[in-house]
Design a protein around this ligand. Sequence first.
Ligand code: PLP
Length: 397
Amino acid sequence: MTYSENIATLQPSATIAVTTLARKLAEEGRDIIDLSAGEPDFDTPSWISDAGVAAIRAGQTRYTPAPGLPDLRQAVAEDLLRNAAPGWELAGENVVVSNGAKQALFNVCFSVFGPEDEVLVASPYWTTYPQTLGLSRAEARFVQGPEERGFRLTPEDLERARTPATRGLILCSPSNPTGTVYSAEELLAVVRWAREHDVFLVSDEIYRRICFSEGGGPAPGLTSLPREELGRFAIIDGVSKSFAMTGWRIGYSITDAGLARKVGAFQSQTTSNPATPSQLAALEALTDRDRADESIGGMLEAFRRRRDLVVSLIHEHLPHLGIIQPEGAFYIFVKVDAEYSGEIAGSQDWCSRALEEHGVALVPGIAFGDDRYVRLSYATSDELLEKAVRRLAGKVA
Ligand code: PLP
């Protein structure tokens, strides 16, 4: 059977593959500590789940408009405006609500990029970006900042990678997989470069509320910058990570109203609206601000404590491994290439050994574009984190 050119470069998600294997081994009775997951280990706060249940009981089970409920689109705009720099105007017409940030990203990339377009992707990158671009028949071109700067990009790095075919840039801050966060100044420099070269900037801000930088509050994002500094852009965001709502499948794109109409039309012909009760639960999450701040604050505190714990455990038990100091999200990118030799030739071999010999599931860095590293997710209990690092150090716990 031959398949369409549309899926010629398509690969299944490497992170989901590791998580599925870890679950299978656990079901077979193996003692597995799964540090591969890309989702919070917390349950959705009950007041949000209650809103979803109430929606179902109230018969809110029919279609909504394809780009989402007007109230939810408006709430997304208002939520972003809360921390926006002066001069920003956003309303429901700028927002399309989708089945997770993943669909929001796909909708935007498919609507904006196409054959002959080159799109720069900040590396290490979330595994889905090159696949999404491949499905859009655009070409991903990876660009990496210096390791000692947590791989963050400057206009000089970008300028070196730019060609006459460069149409876009995908950036993720706080980053999956490194947890690094761009400061507002660093972001501004990138934004100015993009505007100068008419590069469409896709800013994935799904982890923006999970940020440990001094001063608190969400990580700097495009709306933290003066509106007039921006050229063409899309913000990708959603409730999955910050409200522990990965299974509800609600994400959104924020763009100019013209592109939002195109994205909405595209969605109307592909999936229609995301699940109606999920939209109503997300509306509750974004509008009950006191409870939202309290719930997010609690999860953030736990993530910060675990980040500190894992960093110190790695320094203590695996001092020969390097790490990129994470400032947000819930991942640590650990440099393991000092252990490559003989049969362990790269991050995939290293992770296979970690799973087979120590029962610890991690994601090979090669899935994110850097084979020297592995990604450890600390979205699990302190006890399991400690046990996992001890196991990896050969100090079996
Ligand atoms: N963007 C990044 C960087 C992610 O890590 C993820 C999920 O892992 C997503 C987007 C997708 O989020 P969602 O579950 O809302 O589709």
